[in-house]
Write a protein that binds this ligand. Structure first.
Ligand code: DNO
Length: 404
């Protein structure tokens, strides 16, 4: 029996091709699933039939479709060009169809060109487990020697550039290919099959786009889609940029508190909010995560809980869920308080998922998947730790009140 005071426990699932079964997800203690119709290309319509079928699959497994992650925003919408109007039309129709199927939370992001980026998808830790890592030196090597982005050198120090050259020089030909692929083809749940020439072309399209114009394209999108979300009582939640700082010379508009304040005010609606991803936010030392949660409170619709360890060379790696730089005790305490308030007002529980996890134990013996960071055991450990944390917080609050 799930403790009714706990946050709603979720787990990401990548659909039928996910090697982690729904049965295993349930065994981990999750009640709810974050998933998407990954087979549908970005910009296309989500038919009601396909949504209902996916919902049924989850329900048959004893799980709920807690959040759509993601209903992707096409590059044309972000660029404000090409088939933008058709894609926005499809987005609205998809929201309507999701609403009619009873889906309540829809996550999206507005990161240009790539989704989340790391430079090592299997960074080995001293205990033999592996995690995701981002190293600016390695990213410089990618930009300068593989992508050959004009002017990329200007974004790095002399020391970083020297190290980047050394790092790249030591990679074998297959190592270089693998390295390139790990950066440009990790779209959640699907393989875009992007080639480096495609990335160059996409970057060119952004050459005249500043943060202000990207922000305007987001505002225009929100003006169109938020009223539909509101009508169908859907919470539309933007995922933070990951990492939350500029890469590839591209504009970033969802990286910090002022960005989220701007976004949530741009269309002031109870359906326009944030997917509070502590791990993404924590990669920037400028983000005060408890402060952000306090200030965005009303507009935090769903949470991704994980943490990172930032190192002095500017790199970061994903740490254990209750370790690293995220004050997880404060975050979870606050989420529990928020949930209590929402439930008292007749609202819903707050849904979270343990975001990412290490490859550890039996995870390491399985064939590599297309979903780096989404191993079973690593995430199950994260969920168990976060459940324990909630248990401790709730119990100590109660005993505290009784003054034992
Ligand atoms: C990383 C995730 C992202 C996230 C999308 C949201 O693993 O948090 O894949 O789901 O960026 O659109």
């Amino acid at each position: 029996m799930v403790n009714p005071e706990f946050l709603e426990q979720g787990f990401r699932w990548y659909g039928d091709r996910d090697p982690v079964s729904l049965e295993f997800i349930r065994q981990a203690g999750a009640e709810s699933v974050f998933t998407s119709l990954h087979e549908i290309p970005y910009g296309k319509l989500w038919e009601k039939k396909a949504i209902a079928a996916r919902k049924k699959t989850l329900e048959k497994a004893g799980l709920k479709w807690g959040a759509v992650e993601s209903l992707p925003v096409s590059e044309d919408i972000k660029l404000g060009a090409g088939n933008r109007d058709e894609h926005i039309f499809n987005y609205k129709e998809s929201l309507k169809n999701l609403g009619e199927c009873g889906i309540k939370i829809v996550i999206y992001n507005f990161m240009p060109v790539l989704d989340w980026v790391r430079t090592d998808l299997h960074y080995r830790l001293p205990d033999g487990s592996t995690c995701l890592r981002f190293d600016p030196v390695q990213f410089a090597a990618f930009e300068i020697f593989i992508l050959k982005r004009p002017g990329a050198e200007r974004d790095y120090s002399k020391k970083q550039l020297e190290k980047a050259e050394k790092f790249f020089g030591l990679l074998s030909a297959t190592g270089k290919k693998k390295f390139e692929k790990s950066i440009i083809d990790t779209f959640p749940g699907c393989k875009m099959g992007l080639k480096i020439s495609d990335v160059r072309k996409m970057l060119d399209l952004y050459s005249g786009i500043s943060a202000a114009s990207l922000g305007k394209n987001l505002d225009l999108f929100l003006k169109e889609v938020v009223p539909v979300a509101e009508k169908y009582e859907i919470k539309l939640a933007i995922h933070p940029d990951d990492p939350p700082f500029g890469i590839l010379g591209l504009p970033r508009i969802a990286s910090n508190l002022s960005d989220f304040k701007r976004i949530t005010r741009s269309v002031d609606s109870p359906s326009n909010g944030v997917a509070f991803c502590t791990g993404s936010l924590s990669a920037s030392p400028k983000n005060d995560i408890p402060k952000m949660l306090n200030e965005l409170e009303e507009r935090v619709f769903v949470a991704h809980l994980r943490s990172t360890q930032r190192d002095s060379d500017g790199s970061f790696k994903e740490s254990g869920h209750i370790e690293g730089s995220v004050p997880m005790f404060e975050v979870v305490s606050k989420l529990l308080e928020m949930q209590e308030k929402r439930l008292a007002k007749g609202g819903d529980k707050i849904l979270f998922r343990p975001d990412h996890g290490r490859d550890m134990a039996d995870d390491l013996l399985k064939p590599p998947t297309d979903n780096p960071g989404y191993s079973y055991i690593g995430r199950m450990k994260g969920l168990a730790e976060l459940r324990g944390l909630q248990f401790g917080i709730l119990k100590s609050r109660r005993t505290g009140k009784r003054k034992l």
